[in-house]
Design a protein around this ligand. Structure first.
Ligand SMILES: Nc1ncnc2c1ncn2[C@@H]1O[C@H](COP(=O)(O)OP(=O)(O)O)[C@@H](O)[C@H]1O
Ligand SMILES: [Mg+2]
Length: 342
């Protein structure tokens, strides 16, 4: 986001300086010729002098223009440096190191009284959410748009840290479990996920250099994208991302699903991962997801997807709508509205 804003700013500066430069140099030429012609007419200047003068003036303007360009570029440097700093100086993630001692894990997730807001001054997005999903169970989480489904998905994946409460895997807070180890168990498709510049095979195997083609094809078939990929001239070696083939929204979504399936995850978290698909394709994927042994948490809108889950949890049952809008700070009367569906 920040980078995009900066890029816009750079473009705007460049345009502005371009227009300014050509205006100034145009005005200067016109005035030199006018003034010179006037002096020649009144006999103070010879025609040869005028030609020489214009030539020198042009050279001066060119060099001066180049100097100004360099100064502008130099200023742009700090802008670019800030963009890099955005990335390089981003705070490293906490609690990454895994502490799992290698015991056999029960892929049971528990949201323990979770509350989250983006900052102190902003309203709670979700609060007092307690939910337990058993090993191998599939749960659909529903709720109106903007109600915090994607936020909850990010909390579950450990991309956001809960303001209150904690996310537990097999009874251990994921922060003490170690986010790296936790994420190894996960197959995730977030709502705003995108493909990376690389081949389709790379995108499915997540740039695993040692990846073999069979599991990639298997994952792609599960996600219903194998036929589309085979139809491309380069097949799994087709480039996607910035420089590659244009894929439709639904094809991208199926590739992202294939990426999640490829990992053979213990826990699958899908945030509206089939929203761009037609019902037939979605049905195929729902059937594959339904046959998995993994713990599945599916944030969804579509009736068919919801119906494919073992259990449906409605987010609106946790938060009362009026307190959702008004509650800017922790308020005691909020608490009685809390419910638990565990
Ligand atoms: N980065 C952010 N900073 C501040 N508010 C955010 C941010 N991302 C989402 N929100 C707010 O959180 C609320 C829930 O968003 P989201 O979890 O995406 O809802 P859903 O997925 O259910 O549509 C929205 O009101 C949205 O404006
Ligand atoms: Mg969402």
């Amino acid at each position: 986001m920040e980078a995009n804003k900066r890029a816009m700013q750079v473009q705007r500066y460049t345009l502005g300086f371009g227009v300014m430069g050509s205006t100034v140099s145009g005005l200067q030429r016109v005035s030199i010729v006018a003034l010179g012609a006037h002096l020649v007419m009144s006999g103070e200047f010879s025609a040869g002098m005028l030609v020489a003068f214009v030539a020198y003036a042009d050279q001066f303007a060119q060099k001066a223009g180049a100097l100004i360009d360099k100064i502008v570029e130099f200023r742009m440097l700090s802008l670019h440096a800030e963009r890099i700093a955005d990335v390089a100086l981003a705070e490293p993630e906490q609690n990454v190191v895994s502490t799992n001692s290698g015991r056999k894990l029960n892929a049971r997730i528990r949201l323990n009284n979770i509350g989250f807001r983006y900052s102190q001054s902003e309203p709670w997005i979700i609060r007092k959410v307690t939910l337990e999903v058993n090993d191998g169970e599939s749960v659909a989480i529903i709720g109106p748009s903007g109600f915090g489904k994607s936020t909850l998905a990010r909390l579950m994946v450990g991309l956001l840290e809960p303001t209150e409460g904690c996310v537990e895997i097999d009874g251990v807070d994921i922060r003490s479990f170690g986010l790296a180890g936790y994420r190894e168990l996960l197959g995730v498709v977030m709502q705003d996920d995108s493909l990376f510049a690389g081949t389709i095979a790379d995108n499915i195997s997540f740039f695993d250099a040692a990846a073999r083609i069979e599991p990639i094809v298997e994952a792609a078939s599960m996600a219903g994208i194998h036929r589309d990929v085979s139809a491309l001239p380069m097949g799994y070696e087709s480039l996607v991302g910035d420089m590659g083939a244009a894929l439709s929204g639904g094809q991208q979504q199926r590739l992202l699903l294939a990426r999640a399936f490829y990992k053979k995850p213990k826990i699958l978290i899908l945030d509206e991962a089939t929203s761009h698909l037609d019902t037939d394709t979605e049905h195929v994927i729902n059937r594959h997801v339904g046959s998995l042994k993994a713990t599945r948490i599916i944030f969804a809108h579509r009736k068919e997807t919801i119906a494919s889950a073992d259990r449906v949890v409605d987010l609106t049952s946790f938060v009362r709508t009026e307190s959702f809008d008004q509650d800017v700070g922790p308020s005691p009367q909020h608490d009685e509205g809390a419910q638990s569906l565990a």
